[in-house]
Design a protein around this ligand. Sequence first.
Ligand code: HEC
Length: 498
Amino acid sequence: VGKSSVLFLALAGVTIPVACMKAPGGSAESTTAKAVVLPASIQQSRTNIPKLYQEACAKCHGGQGEGGGGGTRTLLTKDLYDQKHDKPFYDAIAKGVPDMGMEAYGETLTPGEMWGLVVYIRELQTDWMRQQTGSRNEENKVYTSGGERYKIERLITSGLRTPWAIDWLPDGRMLITNRPGDLAIANNQRVIATVEGIPKATEIGQGGLMDVTVHPNYKSNGWIYLSYTEPDGDNMRRGMTKIVRGKLSGNRWVTQQTIWEAPRESYNGSGVHFGNRIVFDGKGHIFFSVGERGAQALAQDLTKANGKVYRVNEDGSIPKDNPFVDDESKSKGYLPSIWSYGHRNPQGLAFDRDGNLWDTEHGPRGGDELNRVVKGANYGWPVVSFSIEYNGAPRSTPWPASGEKFKMPTYRWIKSIGACGMDTGRGDAFPKWRGDLFAGGLSGANVDRIRVAGDRLVERDEILHGMGRVREVAVSPKGEIYVALNGPDHILRIVPAK
Ligand code: HEC
């Protein structure tokens, strides 16, 4: 049929295809695209976005986005993969491309469905991009990124169980949390000891022992901060994220203090979205993140602990300049430790070169986010999202309706990477990477090097892919980049290649 399209009319369940000819290159007759009428058979696919694409769009755009139908161009180009096309893609679907023979879907599909189609196109593009770029996954091979030459080494290959976080003691030994609940002490070859007497964590689903962060002035004060899923009394099948600090006496955990715990009502049996990462701002505070525990709406509720980034003083007391500590907030029962809200499951937290705080968090299917975390801001979950549901059903558009104020992410990963673990380039190993963010992904099995300026994404480069699920990315005092994998439970290290 050349560059023409087929318009379907649905009449009392009977589908009659009607040829709708449009001249290639467009014609002067109209600049407004005709609204599409979907046949009944396709109507049923609206709850499944991949199916909807295959039935309504693939005839022109190709099953993999490769184009071809009626002369339609491929969607598989590096430029079209860029996130700057998110809104133009959405607009093309809503308004059509009349001059090129694509009808408008804006009156036929909901905004969530049209955004869902953009997500699905991004999934197709991601698979194609992977074929183009390959994977940086070979040990001791020299790779380059951002003016640095590097190679990947495998350090620890046994003795770890779902390693979750890494930090360093001043003598160079590592502390590594294992999610089932034990804190290991390791050198660069192996686990050499287990810390005795840390609080009992319960490993329900994604919960368990999570972050470990050594105080920046450890040498003078000896504090180590831990986050874990605290069981609900004796009930090991219910729990919630809790933060404590303590000290090491030999290999024993001593002098424990509670830094933050959630109201008892939020302890539950859900196995998802505990967060958590802890970072110091160097100005007397810690920031940490807690996921929404699958109770999506509570991320918007400032009286609930779920789906928030928090700021407290290093001893757990509430800073006077937190955003929700005034009399009005108090009378409404807002939690005074909240710094920002509307988060889903933030599992990466780090400061950039300018001292701005960033989080990475999971979307469901598509729409993992890199957010600049600012005081009092609302990040929109679950009202707006760059995601579709795991089962392919549509959600919302990522853009707020007028009147709603949400802070948009600086970058969104579609496909999802299962964002987890982030740290900042420092030290002498990679001078050109100082201040860059290094962010990992579980399902994405990736480490991305990300450069930001203000709210803006300057550069993103995947420096490792396909060696296992990336749970943690931690930059050592020397500036080498340590990566904790889950499955296999190994520790890798990225070092300069001479
Ligand atoms: C009748 C053929 C046809 C159908 C059906 C069709 N499109 Fe298109 N679409 C086109 C053409 C032609 C263009 C213009 C760009 C080009 O020449 O490839 C286009 C442009 C687009 C663009 C913008 C791409 C760019 O290069 O900026 C997007 C996104 C898109 N279509 C998505 C969809 C989706 C989603 C569907 C299904 C709901 C769909 N289209 C259905 C033919 C079609």
